[in-house]
Design a protein around this ligand. Structure first.
Ligand SMILES: [Zn+2]
Length: 134
């Protein structure tokens, strides 16, 4: 054998042995129990973060929905459901009502309706509201 060729082969086989030894050591370090524990921990983390994300998204959606509800209430407040015109306040026979300026309807609160019905005992409103009790 030529000295050069044996010198050339020696470090190669030595480094191959080192690699094999390292693989064996790593294989020994891979404890299936520890791996299972790590997997379980990772799964629990995933569940925790998924739940936290869901809760954050739900909160954001709640805030957005509440903002939209408030906006819609502000837009629809005191407006005719038919044409969207602002309702006019008017007083008829001492009872205050809200009415559409285009004549689509009249609105009154429950208290206003009862006030009218009590005063007009023979009216259809009184019969509608109080007939069972009269
Ligand atoms: Zn209207």
């Amino acid at each position: 054998m030529a000295p050069g060729s044996s010198e050339g082969r020696l470090p190669n086989s030595a480094s191959r042995d080192t690699v094999e030894l390292r693989k064996a050591t790593m294989a020994q370090e891979r404890d299936p129990l520890i791996e299972k524990f790590n997997e379980k921990e990772k799964a629990e983390e995933d569940i925790y973060f998924a739940r936290r994300d869901r809760e954050l998204i739900a909160k954001l959606r709640e805030v957005r929905d509440e903002g939209q509800r408030r906006h819609i209430r502000e837009l629809a407040y005191m407006r005719c459901p038919d044409c969207g015109a602002r309702l006019k306040r008017a007083t008829h026979h001492g009872v205050t009502i809200e009415e559409c300026p285009a004549g689509h309807g009249m609105w009154m609160s429950e208290d206003e309706l009862h006030a009218l019905a009590k005063r007009e005992r023979d009216s259809w409103i009184a019969r509608y509201l109080y007939r069972p009790r009269l």
